[in-house]
Design a protein around this ligand. Structure first.
Ligand SMILES: CC(C)(COP(=O)(O)OP(=O)(O)OC[C@H]1O[C@@H](n2cnc3c(N)ncnc32)[C@H](O)[C@@H]1OP(=O)(O)O)[C@@H](O)C(=O)NCCC(=O)NCCS
Length: 198
């Protein structure tokens, strides 16, 4: 059974066994969150978002439409994800370019990930980084714009033989097709609360 704190505002979303959702979290209708996750206080998760198992989302994070988070990811406090490369008020793209974070990657506090960025498996993003390009698997990146500092020991795998320069120069971003161009607002769509017991 999942635990939803009574002060959280959770719409009709799929929330896995053992996941904890803390105070002042807002989860919009349609979001999918896996098992044994920890969704810390004051986070916002929009409806077209998929979060895997055993994911930690620290406080002050928003997961916007189009975001895909794989298993065992850590998202530090106040990390900013984005999904619209050229935002204008009241103008909505046909599809949002959500951030993709692959298995076991970690994002340091207050990092900013630009739209459509993919963070590779096991990668580590430093605190305060501004990530403007895809991050290869196992890379440790930091700075603004983020650059590769080194690779996580043992996690490099075939990434070692990839042409890093090409990787970093690859400006193609992943677009996550949005099935519905209506933006979700942050009001409550559904008053059904999930069980608040553990
Ligand atoms: C990116 C990180 C993993 C690198 O750790 P590391 O490999 O041990 O790196 P080091 O401390 O040896 O630093 C290596 C160099 O990178 C620089 N550096 C390290 N982290 C940096 C960061 N976040 N931004 C900019 N530069 C950074 C250091 O100043 C150092 O530069 P120098 O060689 O010119 O002296 C770590 O610094 C970090 O930011 N961790 C995330 C912490 C966090 O946000 N936790 C959230 C949960 S509380």
């Amino acid at each position: 059974m999942s635990f939803i704190h009574p002060l959280a505002d959770v719409a009709e979303a799929s929330i896995g066994e053992g996941t904890k959702v803390w105070q002042f979290v807002v989860i919009l209708k349609g979001a999918t969150i896996g098992r044994d996750c920890n969704i810390c206080a004051q986070t916002l998760i929009e409806g077209d978002v998929v979060v895997g198992d055993r994911v930690t989302v620290k406080s002050g994070v928003q997961l916007w439409d189009g975001t895909r988070i794989e298993d065992d990811v850590f998202i530090g406090p106040n990390v900013t994800l984005t999904n619209d490369p050229y935002p204008r008020s009241k103008e909505y793209p046909e599809r949002f370019s959500g951030v993709i974070i692959k298995r076991n990657a970690s994002i340091g506090a207050n990092a900013t990930l630009l739209p459509g960025i993919e963070i590779g498996e096991n990668a580590m993003v430093g605190a305060g980084a501004v990530v403007t390009k895809h991050v290869p698997r196992g890379a440790v990146v930091a700075g603004n714009p983020a650059k590769i500092l080194r690779y996580v020991e043992g996690a490099q795998g075939n990434a070692k033989v990839e042409n890093m320069q090409n990787h970093l120069n690859d400006t193609t971003r992943h677009d996550t097709t949005r099935h519905d161009t209506t933006r979700h607002d942050t009001t409550r769509h559904d008053t059904t609360r999930h069980d608040t017991t553990d």
